[in-house]
Design a protein around this ligand. Structure first.
Ligand code: ATP
Ligand code: MG
Length: 401
């Protein structure tokens, strides 16, 4: 059973479409009934009873071309697993613009039932292929989160959490385009938008309240696309907004995202806020980031102890020492002794990191070489390896008693 949404007021076209949506293509045809035309995927999706079941959007006769191309382009970046068709006179200019906007096929406005059936069949198949390519695991699984949730934490500020989270995310997006999302849970002073040089229109607040909470397809329209193929969900503009978000909101959000994306990378603020604890509770991977100095390592040791007391242990743990300067008096071995655990990756100090932060271009976005990209690649390789086995029973972590 497929689900079609159509924007058109042409009764003949709607009749053909309904006749085509039968047999093996049987499905509900929902007609846009708003005044004017939808301006964004969100406009279309929030009107549907169950947005996440939408398979094909048909921009029918009557919709102005400019508006149709703009809307199709936004579907292509925000919800690329919905296939878009256009009914318009297929002149070379229209076909070229349609192709650029990510429209799958163009049909004559007077297309007969056989033609509409043919295009619908291809569109439904295209949706199925896009969905399985975006997430080879069973995305409709009811077994819980399928994707890997990688939460980056440290007890201290300014030690490189955002740098590391944004590099991991961009690096993973290269291996899984449209399969990676970066969430900024440094809710008061998050700067993922600066680290990626993007201007988000929506934030975590929009994603956890309203229809996005109930439907993952609406949630996707609140993500900001980055040229690397990564999606980002940025922190709210106002630091006060964090007060209106609970740990439960964050947990729900991460489960939703992990059901849709292969990798969910979470940047956090310093310390163990309720939001960070919720992100750790839903994580498959903890990335601990410490500076390579005595206060940094001591703080990290305390954080490890607190998490152990809370019974929070990840499926995989990655200990990173960042900004290492071996002349400063703390060796990797000293750090390992003080932490009581091995260090997995050491990222040296380099001016290039600060430059990349200031430019908003993570080092792994480009092809730059050197000790820092090399260490970041080493960290990345730990996630690209086969995923951890899915959890079978009950919660993996416990917060408090
Ligand atoms: N390996 C490094 N070498 C040099 N500079 C670095 C390195 N890692 C991070 N920095 C710089 O340190 C600054 C702080 O980094 P970042 O914002 O990633 O830290 P953070 O832990 O996210 O901070 P906050 O807790 O404030 O969110 C940035 O200007 C960044 O460019
Ligand atoms: Mg940060």
């Amino acid at each position: 059973m497929s689900r079609y949404a159509v924007v058109s007021n042409d009764p003949d076209f709607l009749r053909s479409l309904r006749a085509a949506a039968t047999g093996d293509l049987a499905g509900e045809v929902q007609v846009w009934e708003g005044g004017g035309f939808p301006a964004s995927p969100n406009d279309v999706l929030v009107r549907l009873a169950a947005p996440s079941t939408l398979d094909v959007l048909i921009l029918g006769p009557g919709m102005p071309m400019e508006a149709a191309f703009r809307l199709a382009g936004e579907f292509e970046t925000q919800v690329p697993d919905v296939t878009v068709l256009l009914a318009a006179r297929p002149s070379p200019d229209v076909v070229l613009a349609a192709m650029r906007a990510g429209i799958r096929d163009v049909m004559e406005p007077e297309a007969d039932v056989a033609m509409v059936t043919d295009l619908l069949r291809r569109a439904v198949r295209s949706t199925a292929i896009r969905r399985s390519a975006a997430n080879p695991q069973d995305r409709h699984s009811t077994q819980g989160a399928a994707g890997r949730v990688i939460t980056v934490v440290s007890p201290k500020g300014g030690v490189g959490k955002t740098t590391i989270a944004s590099n991991i995310a961009v690096g993973l997006a290269k291996s899984a385009p449209h399969g990676t999302v970066l969430v900024d849970l440094d809710l008061q002073f998050g700067d993922v938008s600066n680290a990626l040089a993007i201007s988000p229109e929506h934030s975590v607040t929009d994603a956890v309240h309203g229809p996005a909470r109930r439907d993952t397809m609406v949630l996707k329209t609140f993500l900001t696309a980055h040229p690397s193929g990564l999606y980002a969900l940025c922190a709210p503009e106002s630091p006060d907004a964090a007060d209106h978000l609970t740990g439960e909101d964050i947990a729900h959000l991460l489960v939703q995202l992990a059901s849709q994306y292969r990798y969910v990378v979470v940047d956090t603020g310093a310390g163990l806020s309720d939001h960070t604890l919720a992100a750790l509770d839903k994580a498959t991977d903890f990335v601990f980031v410490s500076s390579m100095d005595v206060p940094g390592v001591r703080g990290m040791r305390k954080e490890l102890d607190v998490l152990a007391e809370l019974g929070m242990t990840p499926l995989k743990r990655h200990m990173v020492l960042n900004g290492a300067d071996f002349k400063a008096g703390v060796s990797r071995q000293d750090a390992e002794t003080a932490l009581g655990t091995s260090v997995d990756v050491v990222i040296p100090h380099a001016r290039a990191v600060r430059i990349s932060t200031n430019q908003g271009i993570p080092l792994l976005q480009g092809t730059s070489r050197g000790p820092v990209p090399k260490a970041l690649q080493q960290l990345l390789a730990r996630f690209v390896a086969p995923t951890a086995p899915p959890r079978k029973h009950g919660p993996r972590h416990r917060i408090g008693s």
